[in-house]
Structures are given as C-alpha cells and as structure tokens.
Design a protein around this ligand. Structure first.
Ligand code: KMT
Ligand code: NI
Length: 180
C-alpha cells in the first residue's frame, strides 16, 4: 500500500519521512485530483517475473522494460546517480514503476507546487504522467528494486526544473490536469 502525504520544506536527510506538520495522509483519490498520479497494486506472489510482465503488457501495452536497483551510494558514480534522482525533473514519457523489492520515496509536485511524498513498497505500481515535476529518494532501509515500464522506446532524458523555460511535456501535463 502506498502512503502519501504533503512533505515539509526541510531539505536535510531525505531518507526521513518529512511529513508536514500537523500531518495527514492523502487518499488515492486526493492524490489523483491534485497531481494526476495513478496508483495500483500488482500481486507479486505466485507470479514469475515473465507472467507478471505478460499481465502488465496486456493491461497497458508496455513494449520495453528493465530493472533498476538503487542503494545508498558508496561509489562516486552511485552518488551522482542518487543526486540526479533527487533533482526535480520532468520527462517526455510517463514514468511507470513497479516496486519489486525494498522501498523508497517518490515525490511529485501537486497543482499548488507542494511536494507530495509517496512511500512505495513491493507490489505498488505508480504511473506518473508526462511532464509532472518529480524526484526520488531512498528511505532509511537504503534499498529498492523497481521494474521500469515504457509504452514506447525509452527516452531517459530528464529535464531539470532550473533548465525549463517551456517544454512540450509540461504543456501536455497542464492539458491533462484540466481533464482530471
Ligand atoms: C527517474 O527518472 O529515473 C527517476 O525519477 C528516479 C526514480 S526511478 C529510478
Ligand atoms: Ni524521473
């Protein structure tokens, strides 16, 4: 089950929960209305990875997938990657991730530019719409493994918020939010 809440503004130690005082969880419906993010659950038990993929493909038409494991960075390369994940960015494509092991925090900006934190666990499937500002941090367990799914050839380009003047994916997101 994904737990969601509005995050405080304290920038240190992102692996802590950072729930904004006085603290309240958002329902999946509230999350959808304020961000456009959809959450669902995939039963991981009793299914091999291949079976699970076949199910997901039927459901959404995903054509590309791979796995990514993230651990607290020890090497310089890992540290750079962690920093990139935690830098606010958008993509041309939706960001679809199935958590298969471990846990972590996805953060998305809501329509009022608050950070909404989603604590994700195995079996959680998150679907971040194209053009939503987001970032990712490990929690204090310092490990997550995710299945990444794409409906097209993957485009890994991350456009950081500071670089953005206008971006087509941002216009698509704002159009999409008008229909939510
Ligand atoms: C990304 O674009 O890869 C992210 O936002 C990080 C979380 S998934 C590895
Ligand atoms: Ni991303």
């Amino acid at each position: 089950m994904v737990l969601c809440w509005i995050r405080d503004e304290i920038p240190e130690k992102n692996s802590d929960p950072h729930m904004k005082y006085p603290g309240q969880y958002l329902t999946p419906e509230e999350l959808y209305i304020t961000t456009g993010v959809r959450l669902s659950q995939v039963p991981l038990e009793h299914l091999t990875n291949e079976d699970r993929l076949a199910e997901l493909r039927k459901f959404k038409g995903y054509v590309y997938n791979d796995y990514v494991t993230i651990v607290r960075g020890k090497t310089e390369e890992e540290k750079i990657k962690m920093k990139a994940y935690m830098t606010e960015h958008i993509h041309h494509d939706p960001e679809v991730r199935l958590i298969v092991d471990g846990s972590g925090y996805f953060e998305v900006r809501d329509i009022d530019d608050n950070w909404v934190r989603m604590h994700v666990f195995p079996g959680d499937l998150i679907d971040l719409p194209t053009g939503i500002f987001h970032r990712f941090s490990l929690d204090n367990d310092e490990y997550v493994r995710m299945h990444r799914l794409f409906t097209d050839v993957p485009d890994w380009t991350a456009v950081n918020r500071t670089d953005i003047i206008t971006h087509p994916s941002r216009d698509r997101y704002l159009d999409y939010m008008n229909q939510v």
